[in-house]
Design a binder for this molecule. Sequence first.
Ligand code: ADP
Length: 274
Amino acid sequence: NVSSDLPGRVERIREAHPHSGEKIVEARGVTKTFGENQVLKGVDLDVHRGEVVVVIGPSGSGKTTLVRTLNHLEPHDGGIVLVNGETVGYRPGNDGRLIPRSDASMAEQRSNIGMVFQRFNLFPHLSVLENIALAPQQTGLMGREEAQEYARTLLGRVGLAQHASKYPHQLSGGQQQRVAIARALAMKPSVMLFDEPTSALDPELVAEVLEVIADLANDGMTMVIVTHEMKLARDVADWVVFMEDGNVVEAGPPALIFGSEGHERIQRFVRHVS
Ligand code: ADP
């Protein structure tokens, strides 16, 4: 049983390498069951301001489900998820007990949590600029002019300043994903979630997206990234979380996770995906 000695190790690593600062995301004992299949079995996750947490692990281990519980795209059925100290998906009722958020309250909460999907999900009938400027206008965060100006700034940041008036189908997959990142940034979220942002891309388009993500990391953006790109985990992560079978079985700084003293199970996984 490879997992038997791991939970203790997680605790020892945490004690040796406490990450610190304000917690943007705090998940405790998160569970999620589909039918008979419990895919999250009590997951804890902390993400501090400015920190990049990369979630790795075999297919089916629950990575995507975990990241989707952080903005309630997948409602958790046990445990608690806090973003900016507020309970995700639920709010305290008058008697102090948690009740489900209204759609409006959920939308407001989500506006502070940027999400980038494997498939870019751009609005096909809107130009690149409109894709990015839409949400800040619709939510009243910005007026039309300010939203468009900010969209241009973001397009520059993802290296697509020349493509503002194009439509998604006129762009490569890598370019579309960079637009999707800009669109998520447009709401000035306090955390960005990435669900396998490069796995739908042709191999030659992966690097340009990883570069944008690395730039965001350098700028201090708080991020949670599910990925099979070990290079991203090694180079950009402050903290790597290894999931297996619905549990976090190992977590720590990349040097430790991927180093020669790292757990043999992870070394095997890394050899397998690389
Ligand atoms: P990973 O991202 O690590 O590959 P997932 O979170 O996608 O893992 O999936 C974990 C498990 O949950 C898998 O067994 C998957 O089949 C199951 N699962 C995910 N989403 C659903 C769903 N909407 N309905 C039923 N089962 C699901």
